[in-house]
Structure formats: structure tokens, C-alpha cells
Design a protein around this ligand. Structure first.
Ligand SMILES: CCCCCCCC(=O)CC(=O)SCCNC(=O)CCNC(=O)[C@H](O)C(C)(C)COP(=O)(O)OP(=O)(O)OC[C@H]1O[C@@H](n2cnc3c(N)ncnc32)[C@H](O)[C@@H]1OP(=O)(O)O
Ligand SMILES: NC(=O)C1=CN([C@@H]2O[C@H](COP(=O)(O)OP(=O)(O)OC[C@H]3O[C@@H](n4cnc5c(N)ncnc54)[C@H](O)[C@@H]3O)[C@@H](O)[C@H]2O)C=CC1
Length: 289
């Protein structure tokens, strides 16, 4: 266990809800900050629904589920993060939105030793650190989707992150949350996405150029390579808006055509086809998916 007891998660979407859930299940006091009442209601429903499923599947006792709920609180005011030991930012993959959140956190988080972390998939941590006056305490703590299921956390210090911050963040991820840590340098995409992004984008290009149907591309990787799901279904799970944003920031960093978002992906995002979260992407999930 670490000295980190009070955590805030800024952004309670797909990832923020999962991060808040695993922190509450680990016994921490967790504050979820969102942009307004509707977004907070959605975050609360996501977390409660997931805790209920964990209880129904006997991964938690009813008492443990109820205890986790009592450790969670919700706010639309980022100023409420003032007393936190650790804040994990999980807002949309947009550099301007994230730097604004880090600048605001820098003003409000009062503890001098507080860690400000980002769950970004691809934005260099240094860009976020420089929005604050405490770059030594800014670090990437990158979780994987679904957070309650996947054990990995990538730990990404920037050139200015202090060793103490990196060590405390690593203790938090392994000791408190029981995750498996890999250490990565501060390059867009870190380790996993530097490998995964070209693969997912290649699958989209295959579909776009008529190599095979979506179902066949996915079945190839599920049955031929024992992946738990194929690349197009995985892109739908991640969210095609997020997939596009990650491709954009990796292409901006490396100017490597393998990272460039294919036109089909751009058009699907233009059309609001964001994958599972919007009900339709490469597959149909029905209205309430
Ligand atoms: C181009 C740019 C793109 C780059 C994007 C990068 C984004 C990032 O920055 C980094 C990422 O996270 S990349 C995504 C990594 N995630 C994956 O690869 C997921 C692969 N899929 C899976 O693991 C399973 O299909 C999965 C677990 C999802 C579902 O498994 P199954 O198909 O076997 O379905 P189930 O039988 O329903 O589930 C298996 C067990 O998992 C539990 N579970 C599923 N979804 C859950 C969720 N959302 N929350 C909590 N638990 C969940 C489920 O309950 C079941 O548990 P058991 O009953 O105990 O087996
Ligand atoms: N979707 C995925 O599979 C993964 C995503 N990530 C990263 O996690 C981050 C979040 O991604 P998702 O959860 O998928 O996105 P999402 O779109 O599901 O959730 C983002 C949330 O942030 C909220 N938000 C936006 N601006 C805010 C602000 N100023 N203050 C508070 N909340 C704000 C939105 O209301 C929304 O609920 C991104 O950086 C993404 O790259 C990392 C690993 C996997």
C-alpha cells in the first residue's frame, strides 16, 4: 500500500468510470469530476452498473459492492479536487481539453506532494506537464480497456517527472490496485499503442479497400491468432472518435503513414458512428448498447 488514499478521476466516461471503480474496490476514497449533471449521472450509472455486475458474478460480495459505492462521490466542480493525493485525468483524447484540465488542477490541488496523472493513450506527458507549475509531479498512468479486466498499466514519466513521483505511482498501480506495470518513455503511443495502432488502422484499411468483410477480418484474428476479439470489434469497443484522435496525435508525432487515420474512419466519425458507445460502428449494437 502507498500513502495515496484520496483519489480524483477527472472524466467519468468509458475509462474514467473503470478507473474510479477499481480505485474504490481497492479501498480508496474516490471523487469523480465531470462536466455537468447529465455526464455525472451517466458516470454514476456506469460505475454502479459495473459494480452490480461484479456482485451478480460473485467477483464481489454484496457488502464489498455496497462499500465501494460509499467510497465514491461525484462533482461537477474541479475545485473539489483540492484535497486529493492523486488526480487521474481521463477526459477525451484532445490536447487542448487536457492541457486546460491540467492548468486548472495545478491551481486547485492544494497538497504540495499530490500527483497529477493522465490516462492519455497517445499525447506526450510533457505537453500536459508544461501546463502546470509542477512538472515533477506529472506522470502518465495508462490503463487498458476494460479497466476491471485488463491487468496492465503503462507508467510514463516525462523528462521532468521526479523519481519519487514515478516510484509512488508505480507503488499505487501495483501495491494498491494490483496491476502489472510496464515502464515506457514519453513517446506518443508509449509501448502498447505504438504496436496496436498500426494493426487496428491496417484492419480498417483492409475493410476500406475490399480485402474482406468485417466479420472475416475479425474472425481471422480471433480464430487464427487467438485474440479475444478482432481488430474492428476492438476499435468499436475503444470508440472510433477516440481511435481517430489517437491516430491523429501519433501521426502528428511521427509523420509515419501507418499512423494516419484512413478516410473510412474519418467518415464514420463525421457520421457520429463511434462504435459500441453510440450503438453503431463497424457493427450494430442496438440503441442502448
Ligand atoms: C487506432 C487507435 C486505437 C488505439 C486505442 C488504444 C486505446 C488504449 O489507449 C489502450 C487500450 O485499452 S487498447 C484495448 C485493450 N483491450 C483489449 O484488447 C480488449 C480485448 N478484449 C477482451 O479482453 C475481451 O474480449 C473482453 C474482456 C472485452 C470481453 O471478453 P469476452 O468476449 O470473453 O466476453 P465476456 O465473456 O462477456 O467477458 C469475459 C470476462 O470479462 C468480464 N468483463 C467483460 N467486459 C467487462 C467490463 N466492461 N467490465 C468488467 N468486466 C468485464 C466479464 O464479466 C467476464 O468475466 P468472467 O465471467 O469472470 O469470465
Ligand atoms: N477508450 C479506450 O479504450 C481507452 C481510452 N484511453 C484514454 O482515456 C481517455 C478517456 O477516453 P474514454 O474514456 O474512452 O473517453 P469518453 O469519451 O468515454 O469519456 C471522456 C469523458 O470526459 C468527460 N470530460 C470532457 N471534458 C471534461 C472536463 N473538462 N472535465 C471533466 N470531464 C470532462 C466527458 O464528459 C466524457 O464523459 C482518453 O485520453 C483516451 O485516449 C486509454 C485507454 C483505453
Amino acid at each position: 500500500m502507498t500513502d495515496i488514499e484520496k483519489v480524483a478521476v477527472v472524466g467519468g466516461g468509458l475509462m474514467g468510470a473503470g478507473i474510479a471503480e477499481v480505485c474504490a474496490r481497492a479501498g480508496l476514497d474516490v471523487l469523480v469530476a465531470e462536466v455537468g449533471t447529465d455526464a455525472l449521472d451517466r458516470a454514476r450509472a456506469r460505475i454502479s452498473g459495473s459494480l452490480e455486475r461484479a456482485v451478480a458474478k460473485a467477483k464481489l460480495t454484496a457488502e464489498e459492492g455496497a462499500d465501494a459505492e460509499t467510497r465514491l462521490s461525484y462533482t461537477a466542480d474541479i475545485g473539489d479536487c483540492a484535497d486529493r493525493d492523486l488526480v487521474i485525468e481521463a477526459v477525451a483524447e484532445d490536447e487542448a481539453v487536457k492541457t486546460d484540465v491540467f492548468a486548472r488542477l495545478d491551481k486547485v490541488v492544494a497538497r504540495p506532494d499530490a500527483i497529477l496523472a493522465s490516462n492519455t493513450s497517445s499525447i506526450p506527458i510533457m505537453k500536459l506537464a508544461m501546463a502546470t507549475g509542477r512538472a515533477g509531479q506529472v506522470v502518465g498512468i495508462h490503463f487498458f480497456n476494460p479497466v476491471p479486466v485488463l491487468p496492465l498499466v503503462e507508467l510514463v514519466p516525462s523528462l521532468l517527472t521526479s523519481n519519487e513521483t514515478t516510484e509512488r505511482a508505480a507503488d499505487f498501480a501495483t501495491g494498491t490496485l494490483g496491476k502489472t506495470v510496464v515502464h515506457a518513455r514519453d513517446r506518443a503511443g508509449f509501448v502498447v499503442n505504438a504496436l496496436l495502432v498500426p494493426y487496428l488502422l491496417s484492419a480498417i484499411r483492409m475493410l476500406e479497400s475490399g480485402f474482406a468483410a468485417a466479420e472475416d477480418i475479425d474472425a481471422g484474428m480471433v480464430h487464427g491468432c487467438a485474440h479475444p476479439m478482432g481488430p474492428l470489434r476492438l476499435a468499436d469497443l475503444i470508440g472510433l472518435d477516440t481511435t481517430r484522435a489517437i491516430a491523429d496525435s501519433m501521426y502528428a508525432e511521427f509523420k509515419e503513414p501507418l499512423y494516419a487515420p484512413p478516410p473510412l474512419l474519418l467518415r464514420m466519425v463525421d457520421a457520429g458512428l463511434y462504435g459500441k458507445k453510440s450503438g453503431r460502428g463497424f457493427y450494430d449494437y442496438g440503441k442502448d448498447a
